[in-house]
Design a binder for this molecule. Structure first.
Ligand code: NDP
Length: 478
């Protein structure tokens, strides 16, 4: 018997993906650097399907049908290179090496190019949904060559989550496209969680609603346009009481948010692409600020708040819901805009409707909203920005008055709402007829002769600031 796919790296994610494949009827060859992990998996779950036990990469390769499909699920970074280097001499042209870990898309681009030299396919795939998703159906974002997807797609589509009968898996685009899209997914996830946090803080600090009361509110919100996995689990976490102290669980957790780095990667890439991804960026910075324990302690003693003494009215909870919805929409709009910028930069033909569709199930940002986002990009005329799709233009217009009230109230009360306010600033920035960027250009021209363009003439100009302030046509911009 030969296996249809081999998995190397059997920590939690690799083990669960291997089990998912076997449960779906595929014969899976198993390998791990330390054989104990392979044996542990077989002892606990060996009866879930057809597994082939291997001890070396050579044995793994020998156990596979051709073209071989080898899925690597080891620690991201150098370990992936190490495993790839060991595999390459064992493989034959046409074989497929899959990296399903959280690799940086530039590493995937590099590895894809290197393996193409050996006529091997290298496929970077983004997998979202954590351990549970890997076992029961994740959202899968495969990159690599289209040809490799012919051989790999059917397996991945079978083990992915399904929504309305459609797999949450589709070929994203060549080389690093899959890992890029997964990275942006994680960036949106950061922003999604931060806007939920801002809503929680406002409801508690401005409206005095305790976590248990808020659990009810988030539970209600989960029935409407905000319906999503993250809102659902927010209700669960807020409703949880600490067994040791009897206090709300959220009050006994240290308020310093950790991060593994994919949000940071998203923001770095956004900066490199010149993509205004301010909501995601603020959510990454908010985590960073939360972790500056010593400075926060000092600031509580020394920095003056001078907050206004205002009470919030009856409609505040609904206002916060609308502000949360609008800010969330902006995060998606910014994330998708970043995908458009990357598609242009790297020559990827990213299908935003398919991407939104495969985020509908299995992954952390799964949400009702994604159904409408899919629809927004499904037609022939693609909106240049999600907010320009008629359904969203209308939805955000309805939320704007509440959104402004909430941000203004938060500012007056001294409650930080970095993503609510950055998203609103982005919205207003987009709408604005004249931006102060004209002044920026003037300043740049004065101190650095960086030149500018005029609203009333073609060409590039420079003012002789240090002379008679006459204007000349510039040949070259700096
Ligand atoms: P880890 O990231 O903890 O990696 C452990 C695995 O990597 C073990 O199988 C280990 O082998 C192997 N490994 C480490 N270094 C080497 C090496 N130099 N050569 C060969 N094998 C090596 O495992 P996870 O299952 O948590 O994650 C795997 C990947 O999936 C990562 O890229 C992660 O970012 C990504 N991911 C994780 C999610 C999660 O929820 N955990 C969610 C989505 C993606 P050994 O047993 O011999 O030490």
């Amino acid at each position: 018997m030969s296996a249809q796919i081999g998995v190397t790296g059997l920590a939690v994610m690799g083990a669960n993906l291997a089990r998912n494949l076997a449960r779906n009827g595929f014969t899976v060859a198993l390998h791990n650097r330390s054989v104990a992990r392979t044996d542990e998996l077989l002892a606990k779950h060996g009866d879930e399907g057809d597994f082939i036990r291997t001890e070396t990469l050579q044995e793994l390769v020998d156990s596979l049908e051709k073209p071989r499909r080898v899925l690597i699920m080891v620690k991201a970074g150098a370990p992936v290179d190490s495993v790839v280097d060991q595999l390459v001499p064992l493989l034959e042209p046409g074989d497929i090496v899959i990296d399903a870990g959280n690799s940086h898309y530039t590493d995937t681009r590099r590895r894809e190019a290197a393996l193409a030299e050996h006529d091997l396919h290298f496929v970077g795939i983004g997998v979202s949904g954590g351990e549970e998703g890997a076992l029961n159906g994740p959202s899968i974002m495969p990159g690599g060559s289209k040809e490799s997807y012919q051989a790999l797609g059917p397996l991945l589509e079978k083990i992915s989550a399904h929504v309305d009968g459609k797999p949450c898996c589709a070929w994203i685009g060549p080389d690093g496209a899959g890992h890029f899209v997964k990275m942006v997914h994680n960036g949106i996830e950061y922003a999604d969680m931060q806007v939920i946090g801002e809503a929680f803080d406002l409801l508690r600090s401005a409206a005095g609603l305790e976590p248990a009361e808020q659990a009810e509110i988030f539970g209600e919100w989960n029935k409407g346009t905000l319906s999503s996995f993250l809102i659902e689990i927010t209700a669960e976490v807020l409703g949880h009481v600490d067994a040791k102290t009897g206090k709300p669980f959220v009050d006994v957790v240290v308020d310093a948010a950790g991060q593994k780095g994919t949000g940071r990667w998203t923001v770095i890439s956004a900066l490199e692409l010149g993509s205004p991804t301010s909501g995601i960026a603020e959510s990454v910075f908010a985590r960073a600020l939360s972790s500056q324990a010593a400075q926060r302690k000092e600031a509580q003693k020394t920095l003056i708040g001078n907050e206004a003494d205002i009470a919030v009215g009856e409609g505040f909870v609904e206002d916060v819901r609308q502000a949360l919805f609008a800010s969330k929409l902006v995060s998606y709009a910014q994330g998708l805009d970043m995908l458009t910028a990357a598609a242009k930069e790297y020559g990827w033909d990213l299908k935003l409707d398919e991407i939104a569709s495969l985020w509908r199930g299995g992954c952390i940002i799964r949400a009702e909203l994604l159904k409408d986002i899919t629809a927004a990009y499904a037609g022939d005329s693609k909106p240049a920005n999600l907010l320009f799709a008629p359904a969203f233009t209308e939805a955000i217009a309805e939320a704007v008055p509440a959104w402004r009230r909430v941000v203004a109230t938060a500012v007056q009360l001294g409650i930080p709402v970095p993503v609510f306010s950055a998203s609103l600033a982005y919205y207003d920035g987009l709408r604005r007829d004249r931006l102060p960027a004209a002044l920026t250009q003037g300043l740049r021209d004065l101190f650095g002769a960086h030149t500018y363009q005029r609203v009333d003439a073609e060409g590039t100009f420079h003012t002789l600031w240090g002379e008679d302030k006459s204007e000349i046509e510039a040949v070259d911009s700096h």
